[in-house]
Design a protein around this ligand. Structure first.
Ligand SMILES: [Cu+2]
Length: 116
């Protein structure tokens, strides 16, 4: 990602903290208190998302789990987790589509959720 695009992503992250999640998302929770929902799990470890690409069905929930001991975030276009070192973040995807995400701190951390 170019430096300019990276800055734009940081600004977007700040903006969506105010705007909140889009209609595509039913429920999002964040932080150590969040209960991991039954469904799909993406682990944040070794400065990577694992798996990087995940295909789910409409209405299913994906939970990201922090296992790296360093700060990361999960940032989509329009909604995102907090930057945190542990805990989890869950999103229920109510609409079909391809949802790219990344960590704004580590440019190599990218992934995609495909909702069928
Ligand atoms: Cu990161």
């Amino acid at each position: 990602m170019h430096r300019r695009a990276f800055r734009a992503a940081v600004v977007l992250a700040a903006v969506c903290a105010i705007a909140g999640p889009p209609a595509a998302v039913f429920a999002a929770s964040s932080g150590p208190q969040a209960t991991p929902a039954a469904g799909h799990t993406v682990t944040l470890k070794n400065i990577a998302f694992n798996p990087r690409k995940l295909t789910i069905r409409r209405g299913e929930t994906v939970t990201w789990q922090w296992r790296d001991g360093i700060a990361h975030n999960v940032t989509f276009r329009g909604f995102h987790s907090r930057t945190q070192q542990s805990g989890s973040y869950s999103v229920r995807f109510a609409k079909r589509g391809t949802y790219a995400f990344h960590c704004t701190i580590h440019r190599s951390m990218t992934g995609t959720i495909t909702v069928n």
